[in-house]
Design a protein around this ligand. Structure first.
Ligand code: 13P
Length: 339
């Protein structure tokens, strides 16, 4: 394992002012988003869509890395250039989602485990050849009566740690993504309790599996009340609770924590990041974004699969990337939404 190289890539992924674009919707997820926007869903329309976003002028100022899906890392631009190469030439690091999604956890109703460890070493080798220098694995934890169980947390943490160790062996920086889901009627205190438990277990397993922490990135959720709780809390409280959670669980030698948007709107996601940056805490890790939905909306709505909307969609994508870059420096103002 080349530790220096891994640490260098991890640092670049969370370089000041930059964040990660999660362009790794599975076929099922992209179908959902395409259908919602009346866009035909097939391999070519997915390629056109990703090409349109990747070709946006100037995003390299705000985007350090892009997470591909298996199909996307193999696709090429109209001019025949592989997408990973296209991005690399602009200083953006190619990455890859390597988990195979979630399945029901046998004997634990309502809980999920992530699959994808079988044959992972071979797949990682191939992805490295295709240009990927980091990899992502997502585990999900629903909050409910007696959930998540410690068995679910442990089982997923073990898989995340195995994934991380194998990624590093293959020369890829692992992005370990334990996501406490927003759905539910729980309050913010319960969300914090669950997120602390999940993150503590995640890092405990990373240590057990001898994962090189300086060459690892954590991707996780903001701590906030369940979507169906009806609780209204302000950005400041979410920032404070999220920060406190990280402070209690994340080791100081981790280079960075990146947040997912998890169903919050693009504006909310940007405001969350800004509120955390504005706490101006002296922390050892970089705090940034790794959004999928919060970067692609409203661009996908504007695009509608039509070439004539390309420029306007790219403008919207650029705008969100820029606002999130400003937010991670605590320099975002809601008025900028209309710039
Ligand atoms: P969202 O930002 O849409 O939550 O997606 C992040 C992600 O990559 C989920 O794995």
């Amino acid at each position: 394992m080349d530790k220096n190289k891994l640490a260098e890539i991890a640092k670049k992924l969370v370089a000041p002012g930059k964040g990660i674009f999660a362009a790794d919707w599975s076929l099922r997820s992209s179908e959902k988003h395409f259908e919602k926007n009346d866009i035909e869903h097939n391999e070519e329309s997915r390629r056109q869509y990703r090409q349109m976003l990747f070709a946006t002028q100037g995003i390299e100022e705000f985007i350090s890395g892009v997470i591909f899906f298996d199909e996307t890392i193999r696709q090429k631009s109209d001019k025949g250039k592989p997408f990973p190469q296209l991005l690399k030439e602009r200083g953006i690091i190619p990455g890859i989602k390597v988990d195979k999604g979630t399945v029901d956890m046998e004997g634990f109703p309502g809980e999920k485990v992530t699959e994808g460890l079988d044959g992972l070493s071979e797949r990682l080798k191939e992805y490295f050849e295709l240009g990927a220098r980091f990899a992502k694995w997502r585990a999900v934890f629903g909050v409910g009566e007696g959930r998540p169980t410690s068995q679910c947390i442990e089982s997923n943490s073990e898989s995340m740690a195995r994934f991380a160790a194998l990624s590093q062996e293959a020369g890829l920086v692992p992005i370990v993504e334990p996501e406490v889901l927003m759905a539910g009627i729980h309050d913010i205190a319960r969300d914090e309790e669950v997120t602390i438990k999940v993150l503590a277990e995640t890092f405990s397993y990373l240590e057990k599996h001898k994962v090189f922490i300086e060459g690892t990135i954590l991707k996780t959720n903001y701590v906030h009340p369940g979507k169906e709780s009806g609780d209204k809390v302000d950005y400041q409280l979410i920032a404070e609770e999220t920060f406190q959670t990280l402070e209690r669980t994340v080791p100081p030698n981790l280079p960075g924590v990146v947040f997912l948007s998890g169903g919050d709107s693009p504006e909310e996601s940007t405001a969350h990041l800004n509120a955390i940056a504005k706490l101006k805490k002296d922390v050892p890790w970089e705090l940034s974004f790794s959004y999928a939905r919060a970067l692609q909306y409203p661009a996908i709505e504007i695009w509608q699969g039509k070439n004539e909307n390309k420029e306007a969609a790219q403008k919207a994508f650029y705008h969100r990337a820029k606002l999130n870059s400003l937010a991670r420096m605590g320099k975002y103002l809601p008025g900028m939404e209309n710039d």
